[in-house]
Design a protein around this ligand. Sequence first.
Ligand SMILES: *Cc1c(COP(=O)(O)O)cnc(C)c1O
Length: 404
Amino acid sequence: MTKALSSDQTTPEPIPFIDLKAQFQTIREETLEAVQRVFENQSFILGDEVAEFEYDLAQYCDSREAIGCASGSDALLLALLGLEIGPGDEVITSPFTFFATAGSITHCGATPVFVDIEPGTFNICPEAIEEAITPNTKAIMPVHLFGQCADMEPIWRMATRYGIPVIEDAAQAIGAEYRGRRAGVLGRAGCFSFFPTKNLGAAGDAGAITTDDPELAARLRRLRVHGDVGEYRHAEVGYNSRIDALQAAVLKVKLGHLETWSEARRSNAALWQELLGDRGLEDAIELPVEAAGCRHIYNQFSIRVLHGRRDEVLQKLRDRKIGCTIYYPKSLHLQECFASLGYREGQLPESERAASEVLALPIYAEMPESHQVQIAEALTEIVCEAHSRSTVSFPFEMPDSRAA
Ligand SMILES: *Cc1c(COP(=O)(O)O)cnc(C)c1O
């Protein structure tokens, strides 16, 4: 009796935003075997492990070449340097993304030019790109945010017309498709991150660049080793940005499971749509959409919480120990470090609105269905509470709160 009572009063188990241990349990043996093989061989830099992973990655993306490097951030930087982008050049990109997108542009000496996003997909708006093109524009860097490709066709058309290369920030989008083609082959170079929480996550930092251009590939291969073209001859000044053999070995194992994991994320997304769509919540929240012709692989499932209630809803979910988070709370054009670029608040309104409305719900492949049901119930309660309170107009609310 006492036992039943206390278990009723126990606060529910916390629901994690992501559970990497759950995934590891499904691939434990083969991952540890791969790690052991690298240790037995004591070959930690480049070599067969890296070459094999690069081959598999190129196959997976249907690109001619894949070049491993130290991180997704370095993939972006190396791609820019490989295309000779530098001081005086402008690179048009999205302000609603992870910092590294714009950081890489600044690091190569160029200037990021931020243009607004499309509210439906959170991705860069092609018309806005065209308006921002100047004679100094030397690259366009669309981001396939949350795992869905940017609207690439109009971007290709203007890139061709103006002769400007497209560099995809595909860090969140491995396996995402646009009209049947995979992220990574939708521009001159595709940049991937294998940060542990990405859909294909390493055991630490790692990244890669895909390209169909053999000359660019050769250049990237030397840029990642100090510009060395063999026998300590340096064609140019490069970096130390190799992918570790250990990471390549782990990633090769995990790449073999990626399709299964992506499908699991997609079916979790479908369940979110079922649990939260058509439930009379449309005045309070908006669910993400998969654009026509796109395969979304849901690195994140970001909803919008409308009417300025996002932070309140987030806090209430956290009070119930439900893991959820915000990607991203501040548009990059308003970041302190870019103040010298002279952007003003209100200048890129869709990006700013997204930053104030988005809320990412858990979507990882191994997530139990029961968690989704629990979260959907909690979220429904919370937004209905907030909503009914707001519909009571001010004079009617006063007597109640005085009485209380
Ligand atoms: C993760 C990420 C990066 C950077 O990748 P790292 O491997 O963490 O350096 C760049 N762009 C976007 C959109 C990302 O999500």
